[in-house]
Design a protein. Sequence first.
Lengths: 303, 248
Amino acid sequence: MQDAPPADIEVIGLTKRFGRRDPAVDDLGFRVEPGRITGFLGPNGAGKTTTLRCLLGLVAPTSGTALIGGTPYREIARPTTLVGAVLDVEGLHPARTARQHLMIRARAVGIGADGVDRTLDFVGLADAKDRRSGQFSLGMRQRLCLALALLTDPRVLILDEPANGLDPAGIAWLRTFLRGLADEGRTVLVSSHQLAEMHQTVDDVVIIDRGRLVASGPLATVVGTGGVTRVSGPALEHLAAAARNVGATVQGTSSDLVVSGLTAAQVGHLAWLLKLEIHGLSEDTPELEDVFLRLTSDRGEAP
Amino acid sequence: MIDLVASEWRKTFSLRLWWIMLLIGVVLVALSTLPYLLLSGVAAEEGLNSLDLTQPEALTGLLSTIGSASVVALLIGILSFTGEYRHGTVTDTFLTEPRRWKVVIAKCIVAAAMGVLLALAAAVTVVSMVVLFLPDPHAPVSVSAVLGTTSGAAVVYALYAVLGVAVGTLITNQLAAVVVGILWMLVLEGIIGGLLPSVAPWLPGGAAQAVVGGADQMSPAAGVALLLGYAVALAAVATGTTLRRDIT
Ligand SMILES: Nc1ncnc2c1ncn2[C@@H]1O[C@H](COP(=O)(O)OP(=O)(O)OP(=O)(O)O)[C@@H](O)[C@H]1O
Ligand SMILES: [Mg+2]
């Protein structure tokens, strides 16, 4: 790992249509940077899993490309040595032990048994190595899948809902260890519904809804643009018009406005330009969850 | 490729299925020897040479039961891929090697080895039955005949196992593939061969006959080529269809 160059993830114009239905992924494009944790967010059915499976060569895109380190997954020699992936915890044969699962993967890439044991210890399955995975709890299976992904010390990690089934201690462990991986220069892409968790974990976010990109970029930027500023004063009609003119969404009465998309400083500046009397001015810093809900519920509603 | 084969090997032997299949094969072979061992005396009285073990012909027939478990070899191959679809492990398999045809080849190699193993188990079974239960008097048993029959069975089983992998690649539903495989071996092939005798030698069963030197029109090498040809044809169809399917 130390010498290996970083590898990014690029999704370009990706579209996947299952049969004749609406596309599950629709002209999606984003980039995932090495050395950062990127949260891949979207409501149920948004197309997260489909996108990740396209990225991993399991699903053939209808059009567009998905590249890891500049190469489609299917063209990477020994792809598991570059990319570790956790997709679904159901893909484990219940009759195989934890060690057997890892040995099968290890054999395929020429890793020895000591690497297998070390990885199992690392994910906290030291005491369960020789138990059949059919007896595992959801959290233990999640850890086993993580062990499979990490076995080859990959530069890129792609995790679909890895927090599912983990207890709070497990989630804290996951967060710390994802941070460690990113700090080593690895590329980490994590899809999740655990938005509160994500807010504390991720550097960048990619938000999709109905297969389309809704927002992407550094967390601070994405959440920042979702800022809501409240302003009150005796007569704010002109301020509301001016805010709309610069592209903000304005709600409320002429004496109390809620301006989305502008910071308090920007609203204050507009009021000053208009020489308006202001009685109150405050900015709500939104949670990722609020931004997420607002961004993903916008589309489809009557304007 | 070697690593992939090693991984498939590990996959096979980490489950109990492999020896359950060998056991089924062994039971099948043992049952096939029973008519010879039990009826030899009666057959001699009736002048039925094919079961009368004082006749070399009947002894050859007894040894040839080593090769009577082709259906099990086919099933070993069929279960190789369909089991992965059934348990969802195919996701992990295709993550490890996204060039799916390579997985098919690795599975064929391991299945063929399992076929050879099955032939060895069958040979041990038949030889044990002979040592324990062969009635006296009997025609001479030659070691070279045992070895010849065993190696013939090994080649046939290996080829049937490869054919099974191809069937399972094409028909990914395990139950469907198993039913089709068994129906073909035990019913359909016989019916088709009966209705169209000129076609029979060209069916997989006819090719298998040729492999062990039991066909007039076809050399053993041609039999091997024909059985492999069936496997390649099925696998080629699968590569263009089911093998390309999205894994979701
Ligand atoms: N094999 C398939 N055949 C048909 N439709 C599919 C298939 N797989 C996914 N879809 C559809 O594609 C859409 C996106 O599904 P996907 O699983 O990618 O969403 P997701 O964002 O991962 O959702 P979740 O948060 O529930 O996991 C859904 O409408 C789903 O029904
Ligand atoms: Mg999903």
